[in-house]
Design a protein around this ligand. Structure first.
Ligand SMILES: NC(=O)C1=CN([C@@H]2O[C@H](COP(=O)(O)OP(=O)(O)OC[C@H]3O[C@@H](n4cnc5c(N)ncnc54)[C@H](O)[C@@H]3O)[C@@H](O)[C@H]2O)[C@H](O)CC1
Ligand SMILES: [K+]
Length: 500
């Protein structure tokens, strides 16, 4: 999963299943392969012990019967508990229930006794309502005894495969084995916590089905983008000229962004700021060019300078009409632009003015508060059944820009509906200035010609990968260097601006 790839929603996964069957893969073989994958993962991780398999009425339960049969054939003591009557089982589940020649007892709380390992095959992709009743009680009882590990089949029962929300209740698994491709719910919301270790296994679905499905979501990783690589013919003028609009007072944000843009490989970096602040930017880094912003003329001259091919505005800019006006003049030129912090909140009173001004490649990098300011109707968790993916997808479409919504799982949505989920960020990134570094990293990659979506995704991944290389007491100042190292090591693509 580290390298990135498709995330399939529950609906897309069901379509993948159906396309596989259409392609001639019998559904029973898919079920056998699924059960085999889970049984193999269990035997790989634990020595033989007493297992109770909790089977639901659908094909998730069918997987459970396969798992029970295979573990028993390997000499493990296995019992099966079934929710509901056998005659209510789906067709494929019934076939595997018939192949199971061991005891089947009804699901109730007594299931909690006499086993050292539990297989949660109650509900998977077919979860259609909050878990309650005896299933809910058993799952809650399992949660109360974490010393007895639970292995979840496909998804922990109760976890919504699309959103990562818990519906009713769910038992935290030590291991979750899913099939073909992960689901958004595995990596969003409560997913990471309740899934435990996530194993994705192939079960015989031809990867070509992805071409027919056209997945709308992907897990971020180097497989999705490639970093600019300076060649022998390159020199500073061919590696992009980035501009950071530095704040007049809060110069730290602009300095961090400038450092990140250069560390990610921008050939030239200009800080444009009020004259009185320029010395601070100049002292910070000898390699930074400085241009004074004091009259509309020299702002215009700077914006009309065609050599400046990517701009960042917002960090330290201050919230208000003056920043909004400057953002609009930057956007008029239609050049790749990163809009961060005050460049976003300055439009809280009139978000439409910002969306209408975006005509070229743009990346907005809101955190939840800034997102709420710009997209108040999309910020309410309940309105959209807590589906963060759907909300950020709508925001990107509305703004006509790439929207990078920061959080423990940063989402990168493009106007075409594609959403990339970044899942490698450690908690140490929650430190002052790390957002400025991220904005600068996006700028640096835009300046070198990466398209907006790729620049945002690559910067986000390097942000997490760099932080993982850093110390627990990570400072934002350490991040640019760490991200450059991650760019060299993590993607195996060699130096991307780390030469200096
Ligand atoms: N997609 C694949 O490639 C494969 C998937 N497999 C497994 O199949 C399940 C999905 O099976 P399905 O029958 O569609 O649904 P479930 O088994 O998850 O459950 C549906 C079943 O449960 C009832 N139900 C739903 N929610 C509740 C609730 N809260 N309380 C009580 N009952 C509920 C619902 O009415 C149905 O009867 C997938 O997860 C995989 O494990 C294949 O086996 C392999 C290929
Ligand atoms: K399950």
């Amino acid at each position: 999963m580290e390298q990135g790839g498709s995330l399939l929603t529950v609906g897309e996964m069901t379509r993948a299943d159906a396309l596989a069957v259409e392609a001639g893969v019998p559904s029973l073989r898919l079920m056998e392969a699924a059960g085999f994958a889970v049984a193999r993962a269990i035997r790989h991780r634990w020595s033989p012990r007493r297992v109770t398999v909790l089977c639901g009425p659908g094909n998730n339960g069918g997987d459970g019967f396969v798992i029970a049969r295979l573990l028993r054939a390997a000499g493990w003591p296995v019992t099966v508990r079934l929710l509901g009557a056998r005659e209510h089982l789906t067709e494929d589940a019934a076939v595997n229930a018939a192949r199971w020649h061991g005891p089947v007892a009804p699901l109730d709380l007594s299931a909690l006794h006499g086993a050292d390992l539990f297989v949660d095959a109650l509900f998977g992709a077919g979860l259609s309502r909050p878990v309650d009743g005896v299933a809910g009680s058993v799952l809650d009882a399992l949660s109360a005894h974490p010393e007895r590990p639970v292995v979840a089949v496909d998804v922990p029962s109760g976890l919504d495969g699309d959103t990562g929300r818990i519906r009713g209740t769910a038992a935290r698994a030590a291991l979750t084995v899913t099939f073909f491709r992960p689901k958004p719910g595995h990596v969003l919301g409560h997913g990471p916590r309740v899934c435990g270790d996530l194993v994705v296994t192939d079960i015989g679905i031809p990867p070509t089905v992805l071409d027919m499905i056209g997945p709308a979501a992907a897990l971020n990783g180097p497989a999705l983008w490639s970093l600019p690589r300076p060649g022998p013919g390159d020199h500073k003028y061919t590696r992009g000229h980035a501009v950071v609009f530095g704040g007049p007072v809060m110069t730290g944000a602009g300095r961090l962004a400038a450092r990140a843009a250069r560390r990610l490989g921008a050939g030239l970096l200009t800080v444009a700021a009020a004259p009185e602040a320029l010395p601070l930017y100049a002292q910070d880094a000898p390699g930074v060019l400085c241009r004074a912003l004091q009259t509309p003329e020299n702002v215009g001259a700077l914006l009309d300078d065609a050599r400046l091919n990517a701009l960042l505005i917002g960090p330290g800019a201050g919230r208000g009409p003056h920043t909004a006006a400057r953002v609009l003049s930057v956007l008029e030129r239609g050049r790749p632009t990163v809009l961060d912090a005050d460049a976003l909140t300055s439009f809280a009173d009139d978000p439409g003015a910002l969306y209408d001004a975006i005509t070229g490649p743009a990346v907005m990098t809101p955190h939840d508060g800034e997102f709420r300011a710009l997209f108040p109707d999309l910020a309410d968790e309940d309105t959209h059944t807590g589906d963060r993916l759907a909300r950020v997808r709508m925001a990107a479409r509305r703004a006509g820009a790439v929207v990078l919504l920061k959080g423990p799982r940063t989402l990168i949505a493009a106007p075409d509906g594609q959403v990339i989920v970044n899942a490698n960020a450690p908690a140490t990134l929650a430190t002052a200035g790390s957002g400025d570094v991220l904005a600068g990293a996006i700028l640096g990659l835009l300046a070198q010609g990466l398209p907006a979506r790729a620049a945002a995704a690559a910067a986000s991944w390097l942000h997490g990968a760099g932080a993982r290389l850093g110390p627990p007491g990570l400072l934002a100042e350490d991040l640019p260097e760490a991200m450059a190292r991650a760019a060299a090591e993590g993607t195996g693509e060699g130096a991307a601006g780390t030469a200096v």
